[in-house]
Write a protein of this length. Structure first.
Length: 261
């Protein structure tokens, strides 16, 4: 069974991360399937807009425990290749040629925040929670950092990257991560309103407008590929470091890391 479901309604495609039993946490399969789905929709001229969401209670709770355990036991080169796959997913979503809308409910942690930041428009339910908690594991949000900083600004990122704190949907809206916060029972209607607005624009113009905004913001796909390689090397180095190993081991064993002992 695919970790991602694609459904189409007219010119709108919906990508649903389909691992509800683990709150759509990232593993190799989800990363591969989501990247392939984005590539497929980018080539489909019939698709005018893409909605990204998660099945079940959450958008995405970040890294899967089993995946993290495997990475904790892997060497630096394996961790770098793993991080490059996640980096490519984020990059392809960021530069998808059609408008993208994140439909967010429940948890959006770690890489889940990265996905939200990579979408053009984000609508969140009032009860949604967000976190960039990597420092609590002795790690950093490396491969998602360019996209998160572009969304929320350097000042907010400096705080959230070093505290790892959980923040609410209204806080996410105030810093620019999401554009609109609505009651949970109004989430679909709010997304439909956004899609109605998108349906009124010219598809060629929208693609160029998106490219224009990213370019004026200093982002091109070629430039980000270089940045992604550097950030993948950083997270790989930290995962195999003494502190990273301590933090991952403590998290997986449900004990405190040595810096809290």
């Amino acid at each position: 069974m695919s970790a991602v479901e694609i459904s189409r309604s007219g010119a709108v495609a919906r990508l649903t991360m389909n691992r509800p039993e683990v709150h759509n946490a990232f593993d190799d399969a989800l990363i591969a399937d989501l990247t392939a789905a984005i590539d497929e929709l980018d080539r489909d001229d019939a698709v005018r807009a893409v909605v990204l969401t998660g099945a079940g209670a959450s958008f995405s709770a970040g890294a899967d425990l089993h995946w993290m355990r495997g990475m904790a036991n892997a060497g630096e080169s394996e961790n770098r290749e793993d991080s490059l796959r996640l980096a490519r997913l984020m990059r392809r979503l960021q530069f998808l040629s059609k408008p993208t809308v994140a439909r967010v409910k429940g948890a959006a942690f770690g890489g889940g925040v990265g996905l939200v930041a990579c979408c053009d428009i984000a609508v969140a339910a009032e009860g949604a929670k967000f976190a960039l908690s990597e420092v609590k594991l002795g790690l950093v949000p490396a491969v998602i950092s360019p996209y998160v900083i572009a969304a929320i600004g350097l000042r907010q990122a400096r705080r959230l990257f070093v505290t790892g704190e959980v923040f609410t949907a209204p806080a996410a809206q105030s810093m620019g991560l999401v554009h609109e916060v609505v009651p949970a029972d109004g989430l679909d209607a709010a997304v439909d309103d956004v899609l109605d607005l998108l349906g009124k624009g010219g598809p060629l113009a929208q693609g160029e407008a998106k490219k224009l905004a990213l370019g004026m913001g200093g982002m091109t796909e070629a430039a980000m590929e270089t940045v992604d390689a550097e950030n993948a090397a950083l997270i790989a180095r930290l995962r195999v470091s003494a502190e990273g190993q301590d933090g991952l081991s403590a998290f997986l064993s449900k004990i405190q890391p040595s810096w809290l002992a």
